[in-house]
Write a protein of this length. Structure first.
Lengths: 126, 214
């Protein structure tokens, strides 16, 4: 089964970076993108998305609201919120939504743990 | 004038993202100082005249403003400002130095505390941006001044006040407190060209080896 990761960020450059980082860690995964929360929810509704990387600070609904919304629809989908905003409240809200917290600027090192965990979880769920 | 006159869509995107990362980190530093969550808007980036920049803040803020200013020079030069409505500054100072401080002490420490808060935020923001662009910037010491919207944005190495500038701003608020303000950066067009080259190089490096963002 090919794993599909949804990358949500209003910055095109940040989506490119996230995409390249995912590919260097998990070359076989398929990547799809969304530029905001609405697009992300529409893409997930189409089906086939296994996990998602969410930017926090976006116009419209932010990444934490989006994480909570996705979580309500998909209780077991691996989610990560990616931001340079390392305030305690932001980290706590991410955890409360059952999302991992990954800091920007995004690096392979920073993303590796989340992707490995997600990969295991998805294989287990089969 | 649209920002695309000065920067390509991807350059503008990249610069906004750099500012976003810089300001997000600075917000985390401010959160440590005030002990409450700092809420940020999405950054806005425009090429406008200083007059228009002033009008943008003036539309939202009728009263007297207090600003902390630091000029930066290096690969690109400009001015960074942390701006508050005057009515909010004592509340901010109190949040930082403690609730049990007497009103006299809060007033006595206002200038010093604002300069320090400005230093943490503006240095944090510009430092992060400069690091990601692999440049170093020299920053002046923070100075606190009082202004109205009309006098907030004059650019170093004076261009005419009607000259175009790159104006970046973000507004923030502190949860549960009556504190809000703006972080703004003003660059004259010569610096915008220098910055454009650095951002283009940054995009190239991201596109080529990509794995490390910064």
């Amino acid at each position: 089964m090919t794993i599909t990761v949804l990358i949500v960020d209003d910055s095109k450059l940040a989506r490119i970076v996230a995409g390249k980082t995912v590919t260097s860690l998990q070359p076989d995964w398929r990547r799809v993108e969304a530029a905001n929360a609405e697009e992300a929810l529409a893409r997930i509704a189409q089906g086939g998305v296994d996990l998602a990387l969410l930017d926090f600070n976006m116009p419209g609904r932010d990444g934490l609201d989006l994480a909570a919304e996705i979580r309500a629809l998909h209780p077991s989908m691996p989610l990560a919120v990616i931001t340079a905003n390392v305030q305690d409240e932001v980290v706590m809200r991410a955890r409360a939504a059952g999302a991992a917290f990954v800091s920007k600027p995004l690096t392979e090192e920073g993303l590796r743990g989340f992707l490995s965990g997600a990969s295991l979880q998805l294989r287990k769920a089969g | 004038m649209s920002v695309t006159v000065a920067l390509s869509a991807l350059e503008s995107d990249a610069l906004t993202e750099l500012v976003n990362i810089g300001v997000s980190r600075a917000a985390a530093a401010l959160r440590k100082m005030v002990g409450s969550e700092v809420l940020l808007s999405v950054p806005s980036i425009e090429v406008i005249t200083q007059h228009e920049a002033s009008a943008l803040i003036g539309e939202r803020e009728a009263g007297e403003m207090v600003a902390v200013r630091q000029d930066f020079t290096g690969a690109f030069s400009g001015r960074a400002l942390l701006i508050f409505p005057q009515a909010h500054t004592l509340e901010l100072v109190r949040a930082v130095i403690g609730e049990d401080t007497t009103p006299e002490d809060v007033i006595g420490m206002e200038q010093e505390a604002l300069a320090e808060i400005g230093n943490v935020i503006l240095n944090g923001c510009l430092g992060t941006m400069a690091n990601m662009l692999r440049q170093s910037l020299t920053m002046t010491l923070p100075s606190v001044f009082h202004a109205t919207g009309a006098t907030l944005f004059s650019v170093p190495n004076e261009t005419a006040p009607t000259g175009m500038v790159l104006f970046l701003y973000i507004n923030f608020a502190i949860l549960g407190r009556d504190i809000r303000g703006y972080i703004a950066m003003v660059l004259d067009m010569a610096s915008v060209l220098a910055l454009k080259l650095l951002v283009a190089r940054f995009i190239d490096s991201v596109m080529s080896d990509g794995a490390e963002f910064g």
